[in-house]
Design a binder for this molecule. Sequence first.
Ligand SMILES: Nc1ncnc2c1ncn2[C@@H]1O[C@H](COP(=O)(O)OP(=O)(O)OP(=O)(O)O)[C@@H](O)[C@H]1O
Ligand SMILES: Cc1ncc(COP(=O)(O)O)c(N)n1
Length: 326
Amino acid sequence: MTAPRPPRRTRCLTVGSSDSSGGAGIQGDLKAFASVGAYGATVLVGVTAQSPAGVIASAPVDLDLVAAQLDTVLADIGADGVKVGTTWSAALMHLVADRLAGIPAPLVVDPVLVTAAGSGLSGGQDAVDALCERLLPMAAVTTPNFAEARRLTGLTDETDPAVLAGALVRRGARAVVITDVPGGGDWLFDGRRHRAVPGPRHATGCEHGAGCAHSALLTAFLARGVPLPRAAELAHRAVAAGVANGAVDIGRDRHPVDLLTATAADTATDTETDTDTDTATATGAAAAVGAATATATETGAATATDTDAAAAVGAAVVGGDRGRPA
Ligand SMILES: Nc1ncnc2c1ncn2[C@@H]1O[C@H](COP(=O)(O)OP(=O)(O)OP(=O)(O)O)[C@@H](O)[C@H]1O
Ligand SMILES: Cc1ncc(COP(=O)(O)O)c(N)n1
């Protein structure tokens, strides 16, 4: 008699760049994947010297080496969800689009043109054009911040996220989440319906890596078959909680988001200070999902927090293979 196979964990691949400070880029993505119990693989397309205060130096990885990483990881490990972060150059966009074409996994494209500290990380207009022409039409969703949405659309003075999201869909995106819109929260347009993803802003200075964490979580949730509106809500809540409970002891003036060390005590404090039970719930959800996956049990662990978000994410974890889109 053969032993039953354990449920396979969700495999997420991030195509992005190294952040020497560890809070954003591929390092941040790996932590975000880990926070919900997903396995993370990486294709490194560039290296940066940076701290939460900004990027000091950067260089892309040779395209042949990028291609070899993609081929090797996809052939052996595979991916249930893929995230593409830092854009760098048109040549890189074309290579990544060619290699990812037709893979049966949702793709999330996070166009990192402007980091949380305001540093530029992309090539010129040809990289933006390649991104729009090649990657956005392949992506289940793209996640620019407000400034990036303006740059991608050329609507540099636009203040209405619905107008920017509509323009991005006309530029080729299938769905858009514009992050951190004026007034707080995100804006989702799935090509048919606009909706706000509301949430309070936290003034902790812990936003370094927030965008990376958000798109990585979105990737993990979509990989597990969570519908986009719910995935966008859960990703925002978890990252907002990671900003509220960020690593204030790391970095001089600006600090990294922290999705991994929020505890029940942290979330209780969060609830008291912000009366934001949703935010607290999201952190509980991430912890519950991690526990559920680590112990390979069914929803029992996830019900530890017994909340709506935990149940939704927990169910997505244990139902990972069953819930994944074809
Ligand atoms: N101060 C804050 N308080 C609460 N939530 C925040 C805060 N700052 C960002 N967020 C949330 O974090 C997520 C990432 O948003 P943000 O716009 O900061 O990403 P970014 O780092 O600028 O993006 P990108 O990776 O595309 O460059 C969003 O869900 C956003 O609403
Ligand atoms: C290598 C790398 N990739 C992406 C970001 C974006 O960071 P944020 O999520 O803070 O916008 C970054 N700062 N560094």
